[in-house]
Structures are given as structure tokens and as C-alpha cells.
Design a protein around this ligand. Structure first.
Ligand SMILES: [Zn+2]
Length: 345
């Protein structure tokens, strides 16, 4: 079978520097401490699975681990200044391989990682030792986009990788992976970062006090979303969700809500579910007479939503939202999914 030769790494704009030192990560102190111990003692499991919501820092942490493994003077994280670190920071290190969606024959980005890619980008290069004598690191992101064939093809490699290989799988939910893959990986779950640490990060970026509440609300504990408060489309998405929570049970409101549902159906369902869950949690808090944790600026609208649905209704909505990830893995129609979430008591 003829195979076209591929570049080892897809290189983005070369002047981009990515954070590679653990000190640059926002939050996740406990996870970093445990990874650092593993690195120091040389007992870091060779197949890691980093999970957590979008923007929480999974890929950033994965790259930091990769850089630490290549660094010439690790402490135990990457030093940031040696030759391998400088290459890692520019994403030019030949032994730090990133596997993600690739383009198909029609130059469209695929929606899954297929078995040919697993074979060409992981299993074949895996047989050769690293170019630079450090580790050969395979960062697969999003790993829950590996289709079943691709996951099965990787099983043996994940189970018994060559000594010079490190796997770092990155996925929103471990549930998106086959149990056989999960059981071969050590999972490190990243939780949303505390408001205190997020506020520090906002201050460091010079975000003014007036914008802070909204910025914290929109980021929902995910440092990758610290700029989301400037995103008009995302603010519209939140306004749409608040409207659905408040008026979804009123038949008379349907003509107004229909375009909202149509618009939401075009957004990534996981992002919609995540934002809806954080709004719903706050609506429950407001209903109980507590202060919203994140969406302070939506307090009145959330109170109205709580009155319309009742606390029981909000709790049922929370249950439906909690089931969302599992349903979304089954190719559910987004519009139907939204209707069943918001238009029922
Ligand atoms: Zn270094």
C-alpha cells in the first residue's frame, strides 16, 4: 500500500510561543503537584488521559508535561530556557507530536480521528526512537474524537508503549472513550478553576473592575474562556438560554423562542450544555435566596426563571443537562435535544 510521507508535526505560525512551564498554568495546583512528583521519581504513567471542560487547561497542561519530558534541566517541570524547551514553546520539537482532526481528500476538516490517521501518525512513528533522545510524546486531542476503530487500533500501544513513549490523551469526558482505552490510561480530571484564581488571572491581564463580574461569569472557571466576555455571539447565546429557562414553558412565547432555538442548535452542543448548566445552577441558588456564583448580572432574569419553573423544574432541568454528554455522544439532533431540554416542565 503506497503511503504519502508526512511531516512529523503540523507547525503553526512559528513566532507563536505557548506556555510550557507549570508556573504559567492557571489553577490545577493539586494535579500539577502530583504530576511533578511522578516526573521527579520517573514514575509518571506512560498513558495519561486529561479530562475536563473546554478551556479548563487540558491541552495547555498536556503540552507542559510534554515539554517537561524533553527539558534538559527539568525542575521537574520544563525550565523554559534550554534548547528543547525553546523548541517546545514554539511547537517545533520533533518528538512532541500532536494528533488532532486532519483534512480529508476534499480539504475539509474531518469530524473524527480515523484509524488511518492513528496508524500513520501514531503506530508507525512509535516504532522509531525519538529524534533528540528524550521522549517521544503523542498528544491526542480530542481523544474522544478517535472513532472506535482508531481506539481499538491504539489499544496495544496504550497498554505497553515502548519505554521512550509517552501518551497524553485529552478529552472533555472520559465517557467518550471505550472502556478498554480508559482502563489503560491514568485519568487526571481537571475541574473548573476557583473564582479567586480566575480573578487573579483577570487582574494580571489588566481587565478593569467593571468587566470582572461578566468575565468570571462567562468563563465559568475555564481560563481559556477569560476573553469570552468580549464575545458578542457568546453573550447572545447566554441571553438565549436565559430566555428559554424563563419562558420555555409558555406556549405563547414559542414564536419568540423558536429563532432562539434555531440559533442555539447551530452552536457546539457541549458549549451550550456547559453554559446552560452554570446558568441553571445559579438559578437554583437565586431561588434559594443565595447569591449567584457566576452570573451575578443575570440575577433578576434567573429569579424569574425560577418562579416560572419552580425549584423542582430547575432541578429536573439540571438532571436533563447532566445527561447531556452521554446523549451528545449518540449523534442526537441538536434542535430536538434543545426542545426536550427547555420546552418541558
Ligand atoms: Zn528546559
Amino acid at each position: 500500500m503506497a503511503k504519502k510521507k508526512k511531516e512529523p508535526v503540523e507547525i503553526p505560525a512559528q513566532d507563536i510561543h505557548i506556555p510550557i512551564r507549570f508556573e504559567e498554568l492557571i489553577g490545577h495546583g493539586a494535579q500539577v503537584a502530583s504530576i511533578s512528583r511522578g516526573l521527579e521519581r520517573g514514575v509518571l504513567p506512560q498513558s495519561l488521559l486529561l479530562t475536563g471542560p473546554a478551556g479548563v487547561g487540558k491541552t495547555t497542561l498536556a503540552r507542559m508535561i510534554g515539554a517537561a519530558l524533553e527539558c534538559q534541566s527539568p525542575r521537574p517541570g520544563a525550565c523554559g530556557t534550554c534548547g528543547p524547551c525553546r523548541k517546545a514553546a514554539r511547537r517545533l520539537h520533533p518528538d512532541l507530536r500532536e494528533i488532532t482532526f486532519e483534512r480529508n481528500d476534499k480539504d475539509k476538516l474531518r469530524s473524527e480521528i480515523v484509524v488511518d490517521q492513528a496508524r500513520d501518525d501514531v503506530l508507525e512513528p512509535l516504532a522509531l526512537p525519538p529524534y533528540e533522545g528524550g521522549r517521544l510524546v503523542f498528544l491526542i486531542e480530542p481523544a474522544d474524537a478517535l472513532n472506535a476503530n482508531a481506539q481499538n487500533a491504539l489499544l496495544k500501544a496504550l497498554e505497553e508503549p515502548p519505554a521512550y513513549v509517552q501518551f497524553i490523551l485529552v478529552a472533555a469526558h472520559a465517557g467518550g472513550l471505550l472502556p478498554t482505552v480508559r482502563s489503560r490510561c491514568q485519568e487526571i480530571a481537571l475541574q473548573p478553576v476557583s473564582a479567586e484564581e480566575m480573578t487573579k488571572a483577570l487582574d494580571a491581564r489588566g481587565v478593569i473592575a467593571e468587566d470582572r463580574e461578566l468575565a468570571l461569569a462567562m468563563a465559568g472557571g475555564c481560563p481559556g474562556l477569560l476573553e469570552a466576555y468580549k464575545d458578542k455571539a457568546l453573550l447572545d447565546l447566554r441571553a438565549g438560554l436565559v430566555a428559554l429557562m424563563g419562558k420555555g414553558l409558555e406556549a405563547a412565547a414559542f414564536p419568540d423562542l423558536n429563532p432562539v432555538l434555531e440559533a442555539l442548535a447551530k452552536e457546539p452542543p457541549r458549549a451550550v450544555a456547559g453554559l446552560a448548566l452554570s446558568l441553571n445552577r445559579d438559578a437554583i441558588r437565586v431561588g434559594l435566596g443565595l447569591t449567584p456564583r457566576l452570573h451575578l448580572d443575570q440575577k433578576d432574569a434567573l429569579l424569574a426563571a425560577g418562579r416560572a419553573r419552580g425549584l423542582g423544574g430547575l432541578q429536573r432541568l439540571a438532571d436533563r443537562l447532566a445527561e447531556a454528554p452521554a446523549q451528545l455522544n449518540r449523534n442526537v439532533n441538536p434542535r430536538l435535544w434543545l426542545d426536550r431540554l427547555f420546552l418541558v416542565p
